[in-house]
Design a protein around this ligand. Structure first.
Ligand code: 13P
Ligand code: SF4
Length: 344
């Protein structure tokens, strides 16, 4: 089998959005509310985006959610336009599921290191070497990669789907997040091979430094997103999607939590559990530097000003050709139907 040589993903610097006065922020928020109504549009935001966007999404009948729920919400709303504040794969998934709707994104450069590390030509060649494997891809992929797969999964449903496939005796080719894939394999015992991609944000959590923080806060529960490396996951009390992590902060009796995921999630956590102490898992350790520092630079590209601008001008529309959407729809719909069947 040929070695996979991954493309080098260049990680942008964090965008510094121009600061807004209270009055400017109010004016923008009012403008977005008016435009959403006028255009019969909804705002669908991920938990890693700016807290102000998350709040606005909720106040205006949109949603703030993990990537599974964002996909589902788009199929259930009566709005004609979905404004997806997140990263490219989220906008594409919305478009694939709702080809008749207009999908706009605040910044078309907002991508994801997992998506970028898995170009279709290389992934297709890899899959072709293992024709007897079921191809399961993480939602953090392009429409083309989804169209090449049998199943799409998000972190919120990956364990259940792989368990289901393993029970049927299927061998799995998993891509692109190797850490999530290996975690799922350890839990389910499924026979799996892996595309060697990773998330630049979660890759930076440091295990020795985390042990130290745990010693300083022995009462704290450790919550870890499964895109993190194995030595971080091993220290977790809870491993789960962004939604599962927020639920844990709300429902677990602990007073303090150490959180290993993008710090954008803290705004929702503070809202649902204002009395709890939230501690960032460390991203620096001996001799290490952090590039992302627990803040996804692509998620950070979303802002109130950009949402107002795209709504006003109808720009930054996501296009997926109907032929491609038709193919990519099948594995995504399979995931949504499976999720609905086990959560009845
Ligand atoms: P969730 O589906 O858990 O929200 O994760 C999406 C993601 O990109 C995490 O980095
Ligand atoms: Fe992709 Fe990681 Fe950013 Fe999530 S946090 S969008 S996996 S780069």
């Amino acid at each position: 089998m040929a070695e996979i040589s991954l493309p080098i993903v260049s990680v942008p610097a964090h965008i510094q959005h121009p600061p807004l006065s209270e009055a400017q922020e109010q004016e923008l928020t009012d403008k977005i509310k008016r435009l959403l109504k006028e255009k019969n549009a909804v705002l669908v935001a991920h938990y890693y985006t700016d807290g102000k966007l998350q709040k606005l999404a909720e106040q205006t009948g949109g949603c703030v959610a993990d990537s599974l729920e964002m996909a589902r919400f788009g199929t259930e709303t009566a709005a004609d336009t979905l404004v997806v504040a997140g990263v490219k794969f989220m906008g594409e998934t919305s478009k694939i599921l709702n080809n008749e709707k207009r999908v706009l994104m605040p910044d078309l450069n907002a991508t994801c290191s997992l998506d970028e590390s898995c170009p279709i030509e290389l992934f297709d060649a890899y899959c072709n070497q293992f024709p007897d494997h079921t191809v399961v891809v993480y939602a953090n992929t392009s429409a083309e990669v989804k169209a090449r797969s049998d199943w799409v999964v998000t972190s919120g449903i990956a364990l259940e789907i792989i368990e289901h496939l393993a029970k049927k005796g299927e061998k799995i080719l998993w891509g692109p997040d190797q850490h999530l894939g290996r975690y799922v394999q350890r839990v389910t015992g499924a026979e799996m091979i892996f595309w060697p991609g990773s998330c630049v944000v979660h890759e930076e959590f440091k295990s020795v430094a985390l042990e130290r923080v745990r010693r300083l806060h022995p009462e704290a529960a450790v919550l870890v997103h499964p895109e993190s490396p194995e030595n971080i996951i091993q220290q977790a009390d809870v491993v789960g999607s962004t939604t599962a992590m927020i639920k844990a902060v709300k429902e677990m009796p602990n007073k303090a939590f150490i959180i290993a995921t993008d710090k954008g999630i803290f705004s929702k956590m503070k809202e649902v559990a204002p009395d709890k102490i939230l501690i960032e898992a460390p991203t620096v350790g001996e001799g290490a530097t952090c590039q992302s520092c627990a803040a996804c630079p692509w998620m950070g590209m979303n802002s109130l000003s950009k949402v107002a601008a795209i709504l006003e001008h109808g720009t930054n529309e996501i296009h997926v050709s109907p032929e491609l959407a038709e193919k990519a729809y099948i594995p995504i719909k399979r995931m949504l139907d499976f999720a609905a069947s086990i959560r009845k």
